[in-house]
Design a protein. Structure first.
Length: 278
């Protein structure tokens, strides 16, 4: 049964018995619970199943409500930017270049899972992903994307750091640290991932950060400038200087900076590709 036939079969079963327990359908069709929930929402939105009381309708309403507010809460606003599109292609090529065996990527998918779908379509269908998301509305919208497209992505409602702390050495082929945050607040994630060597040799760590420097985060920049004094005082280059100094110091002889890409769609961003070489 192909993907389209599976979707049709699931929806037919729901239409015939709208109050059927999702757990029963999950077992019958051997699909994740998120797939069943996504199909319930689709049918409810189209008016193909009645509004009924009970557990199935409660979960459908809950997820639909969260989806409706996701554009107001925690929205990733630069989904379609030209620079962001180029950054995704660079990350995709970095993953493709790696000579790894795990095919297991720790990622920050956001609601639409764009980079993950690029990798699956253009690099290999072998990859599986673990995606982290703190925002409840974005998380639930991501579940719908995963279910609708039958993506091999397991999810963690929490921080990227949570999974780094739990990870074993060489557990992942790549890390897609596609942050919206700043170096001053995300450097601990980067350091721990490299200290623990959670990416196997040959794999990539793709780090995207906002270049803005907020009050209260200057200490790390100042430390990096003591370790590696800047030759200019241009604030535009301060984030890059500190980030690259940090990676070189923490990574030592095991990690190499491979690519640096700057872009500005809605904010000034930097993407750094780091390769584990030993």
């Amino acid at each position: 049964m192909n993907k389209q036939e599976l979707t049709q079969a699931i929806q037919k079963a729901i239409i015939e018995n709208p109050s059927i327990e999702s757990a029963i359908l999950e077992k019958k069709f051997n699909v994740p619970m998120t797939t069943i929930r996504a199909n319930r929402i689709t049918l409810s939105t189209k008016g193909l199943i009645p509004s009924v009381k009970g557990k199935a309708n409660i979960e459908t309403k809950a997820i639909s409500k969260l989806m409706s507010v996701s554009d107001k809460m925690g929205k990733f606003v630069n989904k379609q930017g030209v620079g962001k599109g180029n950054a995704r292609e660079i990350m995709e090529k970095a993953v493709a270049k790696g000579n790894t065996k795990k095919f297991n990527i720790l990622t920050l998918s956001a609601a639409e899972c764009k980079i993950e779908q690029l990798i699956l379509n253009n690099v290999s269908k072998k990859y599986k992903f673990v995606s982290c998301e703190e925002n409840e509305a974005v998380y639930n919208k991501m579940l719908i994307t995963i279910a609708t497209n039958n993506l091999p992505i397991s999810t963690h409602r929490g921080t990227f750091m949570d999974k780094i702390e739990q990870a074993q050495a060489n557990e992942y082929s790549d890390l897609l640290m596609d942050y919206c945050g700043q170096f001053g607040t995300k450097h601990e994630d980067i350091k721990l991932a490299m200290d623990k060597d959670i990416v196997e040799v040959g794999g990539s760590i793709c780090i995207t950060l906002n270049k803005r420097i907020s009050d209260g985060t200057f200490a790390m920049y100042e430390l990096m400038e003591k370790l590696n004094p800047r030759t200019d005082k241009n604030d535009i280059t301060r984030c890059e200087h500190s980030l690259l100094t940090f990676i070189n110091r923490v990574g030592g002889m095991k990690y190499a900076v491979e690519t640096v890409y700057h872009y500005h769609d809605t904010a000034s961003m930097i993407l750094v590709i780091v390769r584990r070489i030993a």
